[in-house]
Ligand binder design. Structure first.
Ligand SMILES: O=C(O)CCC(=O)C(=O)O
Length: 312
């Protein structure tokens, strides 16, 4: 007979207002940081307690830019870490008393001499809660349309990232191309995440086809919220981001969506919607572990020892 053991449901302890900032960034890093700070203040002013910035919010997006814009989050052998974006993000979270998923920034690790695409998550007190290095690098080649090889410059991260927001519950944070890998999302959901948050920067080829589809797919598979936060589109930049930051609910309905330009979108995440979805479509009690394995069992890496830790 079937084996239908339950997996724990994601817990959202109380309603949470989340804001995604579809930020317009350029080539001037200090300006990008001060502009992000203004927009985080504006987002917090709407009542948002969780604020999300896009992938590479402090720099233009492109392999040629990563080394120039990279910051050292880990101290180098001969000195301190130099991370203006870390300090700016920490201040944005603290000044506005919000949880902040700081999009992503190019990171240089002086110990390994490797570059990463790294997301930093801060508490309302400004403390670092988590660091996610993009696990799946964006290497694609669609002839005549888009060729991109992050792996020419970047090294992939080695862990799944779950972040506990004590008053609310757990979120999972991953970056852009990571959304294409359903295992990561399913493991996070089975470990109790109520939302998957992806700072991302899709393009004008794959964006119209896959951006919303992937967000809805991860939501419908896992019956949790999914948020994808893009940079604003800038047709004068070398990379044209798709935009359309969006939030999808556990029924896979798009509950808020931006257009292409700079915009803040907010959504209310509710435990009622999570519970209602799971009550109405009870996948959670219908899984057949006797027919296929549970991907969340077995070795899952959550604690890459090489990751930057909070500054003292
Ligand atoms: O998966 C895609 O089509 C786009 C991914 C991407 O732009 C990224 O990982 O930065």
């Amino acid at each position: 007979m079937s084996s239908t053991s339950r997996v724990p449901s994601p817990v959202l302890k109380k309603s949470l207002t989340m804001a995604l900032i579809q930020l317009a960034s350029g080539s001037d890093k200090p300006k990008n940081l001060s502009h992000a700070a203004e927009k985080v203040r504006e987002a917090a002013g709407t009542g948002a307690k969780l604020v999300v910035l896009p992938e590479c919010f402090n720099s233009p997006y492109g392999t040629n830019y990563f080394p120039e814009y990279a910051e050292t989050l880990l101290p180098s052998a001969d000195g301190e870490a130099s991370a203006p974006s870390y300090d700016a993000l920490s201040a944005m979270a603290r000044d506005n008393k919000v949880y902040l998923v700081g999009g992503s920034i190019p990171e240089y690790n002086p110990g390994t001499k490797k570059y990463h695409n790294t997301s930093l998550v801060f508490s309302p007190e400004g403390g670092l809660l988590a660091t996610h290095r993009k696990v799946h690098l964006f290497d694609i080649d669609i002839p005549g349309k888009i060729t991109f090889r992050e792996s020419d410059v970047l090294t992939a991260g080695n862990q799944l990232t779950l972040v506990d927001l004590p008053e609310y519950g757990k979120i999972a944070v991953a970056i852009c191309y990571d959304v294409r890998f359903p295992e990561l999302a399913t493991i996070a959901a089975r470990k109790g995440a109520f939302a998957l948050i992806y700072p991302g920067a899709f393009n004008l080829t794959t964006g119209p086809l896959h951006w919303q589809l992937l967000a809805q797919a991860r939501a419908v598979d896992n019956q949790i919220y999914v948020a994808m936060c893009s940079p604003a589109r800038d047709m004068s930049a070398s990379y044209h981001a798709y935009g359309h930051s969006l939030v999808v609910d556990p029924m896979a309905k798009v509950v808020s969506e931006a257009a292409e330009g700079e915009e803040i979108i907010t959504s209310e995440l509710s435990s009622d919607k999570l519970e209602e979805t799971r009550r109405n479509i009870p996948l959670n009690t219908q899984r057949r572990w006797d027919v296929y394995p549970d991907v969340s069992k077995g070795k899952v890496q959550f604690d890459d020892p090489d990751l930057p830790k909070p500054k003292e």
